[in-house]
Write a protein that binds this ligand. Structure first.
Ligand code: GDP
Ligand code: MG
Length: 475
């Protein structure tokens, strides 16, 4: 065994084994918008926990969603200032779940305190909320105060002026500015609470609007376009949470959340690249001298897992999809491939038709895709090493796969698909990818990154950031 793993290695190495699901609690009054918020973050539609029995705080019950199995939710309604019993239940739960001697997976990883953004004056942070903030602070549980339904505040200001303001854009601008001013009062209230509680910093806070179908301005149908939808700040909330959770947990969070693309990309690159570095260093148990082909397969699986798709038929991990990926990166074996051939969408279509056909017998994939014998042989024989051709193929594979997964993500987010993927969606993703990020361009950039002679820069962190940057540029 080598030296102790660095923090960077540790974060990606066993994170998922260490902690498979992100455990989050949401507390706030009924109707605050907790369920809507959770539905958004994790792209599920079933995060509903009923609170029919008065006084009951069922924060102990674990909610898990079939659509997204990567998180566990504890949901509890808030407490009236006089309601000591309910508060005590929540307090005891949080205390129990913050015990560091528990396994990481059993601990509470983050707490969202949801407060409906008030649309008129009044006390914002109530005494129950204060108690909770104090407790979270003492126990060092990452907590975010989420001011929900912020769109309603904007709407209130718009409605007040909709008869006077003729320009819908101006009206919306007005609503947003006024709401921002009102929101300052919420922030003041929170800062005041922090001082009263003697916390060393103000808790993190954010305003969000989780509803996308809510009409901001209903009485003027002619304003529909600019006023109808408003969803805001969910992605920044996800980023904020990522910064607050412990380093060992960021990957678990990045995989569970389903709204923040840059965070997904960061995770994919970390997973993909680190596997390579570890394989190179001989750090993967049971793998002797790693081969390139094997490594690509593992990198492929690591990256696919980050997206958390509902892949009932295991399309994303099947051999055929991997063949397609190999086809996409074929030109990267040589530095100056004479005609760096663009991905031919016809070939992909033909291939997918064969894969999904009822009859199993068809020409070998290599033939259909026009993979050269030399390339296929090289792939299966090449040892994993610090060689430029190996690195070019590997990085191109990582970049292209992430870009395709990203397209798939957009497709899978459509309501009718709801995270489920099959060949149909994957094919659509390939099309979108071939149109937007011409592989030729990304491949040129990968060539630059790997360098003509020397190969990759030895600084793992730097390379990770450079690959992330590359992917982002082609989004
Ligand atoms: N306009 C608007 N309505 C919201 C928002 N979030 C939730 N709602 C609505 O508020 C009601 C209560 O939301 P819910 O998520 O069930 O609250 P919970 O009781 O805290 O879980 C539902 O009718 C939601 O559709 C939001 O951001 N904007
Ligand atoms: Mg609810």
């Amino acid at each position: 065994m080598g030296p102790e793993p660095t923090a960077l290695e540790r974060t990606s190495q066993g994170t998922f084994q260490l902690c498979d699901r992100f455990r989050i609690a949401s507390v706030g009054r009924s109707g605050a918008g907790k369920s809507s918020l959770i539905n958004h973050i994790f792209q599920v539609n079933d995060a509903k926990v009923s609170h029919h029995e008065p006084g009951e705080a069922n924060i102990y019950s674990e909610f898990t969603s079939e659509t997204n199995p990567r998180f566990i939710l504890h949901d509890s309604k808030g407490f009236e200032p006089a309601d000591a019993t309910t508060f005590n239940i929540v307090r005891d739960f949080i205390k129990k779940k913050s015990d560091k001697s528990l396994k990481l997976q059993d601990q509470l990883h983050a707490l969202l305190l949801c407060i409906k953004t008030p649309i008129a004056g009044g006390r914002v942070v109530e005494s129950g909320d204060e108690e909770l903030l104090k407790l979270a602070h003492q126990l060092r549980i990452p907590v975010i105060v989420v001011f929900t339904q912020y769109d309603k505040l904007i709407r209130r200001h718009m409605v007040a002026k909709e008869k006077i303001m003729k320009d819908p854009k101006e009206l919306r601008q007005w609503g947003e500015t006024q709401a921002a001013q009102d929101f300052e009062k919420c922030v003041d209230s929170l800062e005041g609470a922090a001082i009263r509680l003697d916390l060393d910093t103000t808790p993190r806070y954010i305003n969000v609007s989780g509803e996308s179908s809510f009409a901001l301005c209903m009485r003027r149908p002619d304003f529909a376009q600019v006023t109808q939808t408003y969803t805001g700040n969910i992605s920044p909330l996800v980023t904020m949470t990522r910064k607050l959770v412990e380093e060992d947990l960021w990957a678990t969070w990045a995989r569970a959340q389903q709204v923040d693309l840059p965070l997904k990309i960061e995770l994919c690159v970390a997973k993909g690249m680190d596997y390579y570095w570890r394989a190179l260093a001989g750090g993967i148990p049971l793998v002797g001298d790693a081969l390139l082909r094997e490594t690509l397969v593992r990198v492929h699986e690591e990256i696919v897992a980050c997206w958390n798709f509902k892949d009932m038929k295991s399309v994303l991990t099947c051999e055929e999809f991997k063949h397609l990926m190999v086809y996409v990166v074929q030109d990267m074996k040589n530095n100056n491939y004479p005609k760096s051939s663009p991905v031919e969408i016809d070939k992909i279509n033909q291939f997918v038709t064969l894969c999904t056909a009822a009859t199993a017998s068809f020409a070998p994939p290599a033939a259909v895709l026009g993979l050269t014998f030399l390339f296929v042989k090289w792939l299966s024989d090449a040892a994993l090493e610090n060689a430029v051709d190996v690195q070019r193929v590997l990085i191109a594979y990582i970049v292209d796969l992430i870009l395709i997964m990203e397209e798939l993500f957009q497709i899978a987010l459509q309501p009718k698909v709801f995270g489920r993927v099959s060949w149909e969606e994957l094919q659509e993703a390939f099309h979108a990818y071939a149109l937007t990020a011409s592989p030729r361009n990304t491949h040129d950039r990968v060539r630059d990154l790997v360098g003509q002679r020397g190969g990759l820069h030895p600084d793992v962190y730097l390379i990770r950031k450079a690959v992330e940057e590359l992917v982002r540029q082609y989004r």
